[in-house]
Design a protein around this ligand. Structure first.
Ligand SMILES: C[S@@+](CC[C@H](N)C(=O)[O-])C[C@H]1O[C@@H](n2cnc3c(N)ncnc32)[C@H](O)[C@@H]1O
Length: 271
C-alpha cells in the first residue's frame, strides 16, 4: 500500500536535492516526517500536505531554511576520526609551514566544510595551536562553514556539555574552561576560526588557496555526480599538494581523479 504522504515527501526530497545535493531516498520517509514534525507544530499544521503548500507558496522563503536545518544530519564529535588530527599535527602542518615559509608567506588556511556544531573546526584549531611553532607570527585562519544556520550559531557560541568534551585528548584540555558544567572554548581558539553559513552547492565567496580542507561525513548524503562536482571545486580551492580529509565511509575512487591517496581517508591535490 502506498504511504499516504509519499507524494509530499517526494516533493520535499526533490526540493532538498535541488537546493543542497542531499539525497533523501523513499526509505527515509519516516525520518523526514519525524524531523519535520516540529516545523508543522511551529505553524500549527496537522498534515504534511499543508506544510508542502506552505513551502510551495514561498519556495525561497524563511521556512525553506528551517526545513533544510531540520533535515540535515549533524552528528559530529571533537577529534572524530582522530587519525586525521594526528596526520595534521605530525605530517601536514609541518610540511605546510615549511613550504609556505620557504615561499616567503606566513599564511595558513584550513577549511572545515560542513562543520556542523563546531567540534571539527575547534579540534583543528587545538591541533594548529599545539603544533605550529610561533603561531602568533602566522596569519592563520580556519574557515568553518555549514548549510545549517542553527549549527553555525551553536558553533560560534563555542559552548558544549562537559560530556561532549570527553573525546578531547588531555593534552588539549587547557583550551577550554568549564563553567557551571559547560565547556567554553577559549578566545585564542575562537580567534583562529571564522564561522559562516555556506551551502556547498552555491557559489563560494572565498578565493583560497587553502592548505587543507576537511570535508568529512558530508558527501555521504550526496549522489556521485554531486560528489564529483564538489571535489572538483575543492581541488580548485586547494593549493597544489594541499590536503583533503574525508569521512570514514567515503572514498574518491571512481569519483574524481584530482586527488591522490595519502593515507587513511586522506588525500592530496594531484592536479
Ligand atoms: C554529519 S555532519 C558532519 C560534521 C563534521 N564534518 C564531522 O565529520 O564530524 C554533516 C554536515 O554537513 C552539512 N551539509 C549537508 N549538506 C550541505 C551542503 N549542501 N552545504 C553545506 N553543508 C552541508 C550538514 O548541515 C551537517 O552539519
Amino acid at each position: 500500500m502506498r504511504e499516504p504522504d509519499a507524494e509530499h515527501v517526494a516533493f520535499i526530497a526533490r526540493l532538498v536535492y535541488d537546493r543542497t545535493g542531499i539525497v533523501l531516498r523513499p526509505e527515509k520517509t519516516e525520518m523526514v516526517k519525524g524531523r519535520l514534525a516540529r516545523r508543522l507544530r511551529a505553524h500549527g499544521l496537522t498534515s504534511l500536505a499543508e506544510y508542502r503548500q506552505l513551502i510551495e507558496a514561498e519556495p525561497a522563503g524563511v521556512e525553506l531554511g528551517h526545513m533544510l536545518n531540520a533535515l540535515t544530519t549533524n552528528l559530529t564529535a571533537f577529534f572524530r576520526e582522530p587519525h586525521h588530527f594526528e596526520h595534521l599535527a605530525k605530517v601536514a602542518l609541518p610540511e605546510i609551514v615549511a613550504k609556505n615559509a620557504a615561499g616567503g608567506s606566513n599564511r595558513l588556511r584550513i577549511w572545515s566544510a560542513g562543520c556542523s556544531s563546531g567540534q571539527e573546526p575547534y579540534s583543528i584549531a587545538m591541533t594548529v595551536a599545539a603544533s605550529v611553532p610561533n603561531l602568533a607570527r602566522w596569519d592563520a585562519r580556519i574557515l568553518a562553514t555549514d548549510l545549517d544556520t542553527e549549527m553555525i550559531a551553536r558553533a560560534s557560541a563555542g559552548r558544549y556539555d562537559e560530556g561532549q568534551c570527553e573525546s578531547i585528548p588531555p593534552a588539549h584540555r587547557g583550551r577550554y574552561a568549564v563553567q557551571r558544567g559547560c565547556a567554553v572554548m577559549d578566545q585564542g581558539l575562537r580567534d583562529l576560526i571564522v564561522f559562516n553559513q555556506l551551502n556547498l552547492m552555491d557559489p563560494w565567496p572565498m578565493r583560497g588557496p587553502f592548505d587543507a580542507v576537511f570535508c568529512r561525513n558530508v558527501v555521504i548524503y550526496f549522489d556521485k555526480p554531486t560528489q564529483a562536482k564538489l571535489f572538483d571545486r575543492i581541488a580548485d580551492m586547494l593549493a597544489p599538494g594541499g590536503w583533503l580529509y574525508i569521512g570514514h565511509s567515503e572514498a574518491l575512487f571512481n569519483v574524481t581523479s584530482r586527488f591522490e591517496p595519502a593515507g587513511k581517508t586522506t588525500y592530496r591535490r594531484a592536479r
